[in-house]
Design a protein around this ligand. Sequence first.
Ligand SMILES: [Zn+2]
Length: 345
Amino acid sequence: MEQFIGTEREEAKETPQGVGLGALRSGGKRAAGRKGVRFSVLLLLILALAGACLSAYLGAELGRVRNELLLLRQSEPAEPPDEPLPPGGGEEPPAGGPAAGDPSPGEVLPEPERPAYQDLYPELYAQPHEWNSVPEGKTAYLTFDDGPSARTPEVLEILERYGIKGTFFVVNQGTEQSRQWMRDIVAAGHTIGVHSYTHDYETVYSSVEAYLDDFAQMYDEILEATGVAPQIFRFPGGSINAYNGQIYQEIVSEMTRRGFVYYDWNRMTGDAVRRTPSAAVLAKNALSDIRATDRIILLAHDSKRYTNMVAALPDIIEGYQAAGFTLEALTPEVKPIVYAYPNPK
Ligand SMILES: [Zn+2]
C-alpha cells in the first residue's frame, strides 16, 4: 500500500512535458505499464473526490441534526417547574431525560409540539441564573404585595433603619408618583418583582395568553420606570387559587420555561382583610411557629390603608432577628417556597 502511494506521488511530481518525452523514449510494454499507472491515479483521484463529496454531505447532515436538536432544546423548559414535588424531590432532572450529547447521525427527531403562546412576547425571558440555592443559616424574606403605595416610603424607611433588604411585588398604579416609588425601591437595593398589571383575577386567569398579557404589561411598566428588568414574580392570589385551577400548571410551566421564578409564602401577617387586625395581631401572625423552620417567606401588603402593617413591621423584624434569622431580599437564585406544598415549612 505504501509502495503504491509512493508511485502516486512520483507520478504527481512529473511535469506534463516530462510525461510526453518519457512516452516517446519508452518501448510499448513500458508505455502500457505507464498507462496502467495513470489509470490507477485517475481512479484514485475519482475515489478521493467521491470521498470528499460524501464527507461534505455527512457534515451538512450532522449540522442539520444539530440545528434540530438546538431548536428542540430551546422549546424545553429552562428548569422543571417547582411545584408539588413527587416523592424523592424534583430538583434534579429525571435520569431518563434528554441526553446532552449529540444524537446519532441519521436519527429522526420528532417535531416538538409548541403551544402558540410560546411565541408571544419573544423578548420576555429572564436572564440566565442559578436555581434553587438555599443560604446557610436561618433566612427570612419580607415580601410586600400590591404596592407601591403611600406606605412604601414608610416601609423603606423601616428597612433602612434595620439595614435589611426586602422584596416588593408591585402592581400598576399608573401615576408618576407610583413610578417614583418603584424607583425608590430599586435605588435602596431592594428587589422589585411583578405581581400584576390589573390584579383582576378573572382577566388574568382567563387563559395562559391573558396571563402573559398582564405579566408583560407590568414587566414593561417596571422596566420603563426603573430601568430594571424584573426576574421574579408572585401570582395574584398565590400560585394556586380559586381562579386558576384549570390552567395554573400550564402558566407555571410557561413562566418557568421563560426563566422566571415565582414565590408563594409560608407565613403571612394577615393584613389583607376588610378590617385589618391590630399591629400586635399582625406581628403575632408573622412570628407564629417560626422555630419550626429555617426559611420564611412572609406575605405582607403595601397598600395605602394598611397602616397597621407598617406599625407591626419593627416588631416583626426584631422577632425574626431574635430567633436567629437573617433578613434578605429574594433573588431568582433563591429556592422558592411554593403554596402548592401540602405542609409548607
Ligand atoms: Zn395581590
